[in-house]
Design a binder for this molecule. Structure first.
Ligand code: PEP
Ligand code: MN
Length: 348
């Protein structure tokens, strides 16, 4: 249930509304917009007795929320959620900047990681990606470097100043991964791992939540709700392609999910064109489509030598191709009113 307050409500009247909600045993979530303040109520709504509520000073309207997700819904937060990543004051996802995250699928070693970090930063990436714990379809495939990989990511952050994003696969590893990472990635295969979602909800680290291979948009938002419900409000959603009957691409990028999500939720929406297309030559066109459709950011796989990558080489861009992608991404971003930051030291 959402309480829309009257314009210019006094702090005292707002406090009394919140008190009324909390006395009925519900949680009140206050969202201040430019025009209005709204109070979202979470819990057993029948206890609230709408009647008494509408009598309170400052209440204009009471609207039931019919969606199964509440904290994630547009109705609950008037403004877009902007999420600050790491300690770098200007890395914000969900604002005007289009934020590009890039790096290898897996952290394979020190030299390749540091070289890739330098290369993607020079081309305009703001966040370094790299998997230390890898969800692989085969138990015999490279499973990632584990904690040693996390240490290398931390070293790359110290060197470049870029925040790092890496996947956490198991609730028991959340504390470990959060010690090193600036952003916790929940992989597509774990979108409905509810124990893991609740666990990352209990730490204060931004979460990058990927859409499951067969996850609907509503299921993705419900997954985000698990994280939000535990008190972590910093969730970025990521469309990374869904499984369809088509085999010419690894997955099918659901471009329409971007505007649907932007309408349904205040949370930032990212796109991963690498896992969607599954082939290097598809990455740039899909990235451009994503930016044109309103994505707040991209996450892209880049490798110094894709032919010898230990995972996802086929879809990884080498440095030159990533630089060319960035040039085009910047042009489309500007065309749709986004900034894709140019900073001192970047290569043309
Ligand atoms: C990845 O980012 O390398 C990855 C495994 O992605 P997804 O979970 O989307 O398959
Ligand atoms: Mn990958």
């Amino acid at each position: 249930m959402i309480i829309v307050t009257t314009p210019g409500i006094t702090p005292d009247a707002l406090d009394r509304i919140v008190e009324h909600v909390e006395q009925a045993g519900l949680r009140a979530h206050v969202s201040r917009g430019a025009q209005r303040t709204i109070v979202g109520c979470i819990g057993e709504e029948s206890r609230l007795g709408e009647h008494g509520l509408t009598q309170l000073e400052g209440v204009e309207r009471v609207i039931p929320v019919l969606k199964p997700y509440k904290l994630a819904s547009r109705e609950f937060s008037v403004a877009n959620t902007a999420i600050h990543l790491g300690d770098v004051a200007d890395t914000v996802v969900g604002g005007q900047d289009l934020v590009v995250m890039a790096g290898p699928c897996s952290v394979e070693g020190r030299e390749m990681l540091l070289a890739t970090a330098d290369a993607v930063q020079a081309a305009g990436a703001r966040v370094l990606r790299g998997g230390a714990f890898k969800p692989r379809s085969s138990p015999y495939a490279f499973q990632g470097m584990g904690e040693a990989g996390l240490e290398l990511l931390a070293e790359a952050r110290t060197r470049t100043g870029m925040p790092v994003v890496t996947e956490v696969m198991d609730p028991r590893q959340v504390e470990l991964v959060a010690r090193y990472a600036d952003v916790l990635q929940i992989g597509a295969r774990n979108m409905q791992n509810f124990a893991l979602l609740s666990e990352v909800g209990r730490v204060q680290r931004p979460v990058l939540l990927k859409r499951g291979l067969s996850g609907t948009i509503t299921e993705l938002l419900m997954a985000a709700e698990y994280v939000l419900a535990q008190g972590n409000g910093d969730v970025m959603l990521c469309e990374r392609g869904i499984r369809t009957y088509e085999t010419a691409t690894r997955n099918t990028l659901d471009v329409a999910a971007i505007p649907v999500l932007k309408r349904e939720t205040h949370l930032p929406v990212l796109v991963d064109p690498s896992h969607a297309g599954g082939r290097a030559h598809l990455v740039t066109p899909l990235a451009l489509a994503a930016v044109a459709a309103g994505a707040d950011g991209l996450i892209v796989e880049v490798h110094p030598d894709p032919a010898h990558a230990l995972s996802d080489g086929e879809q990884s861009l080498e440095y030159g191709a990533f630089g060319e992608m960035m040039t085009q991404v910047r042009a489309v971003a500007e065309a749709v009113g986004r900034r894709c930051g140019w900073r001192e030291g970047m290569l043309a």
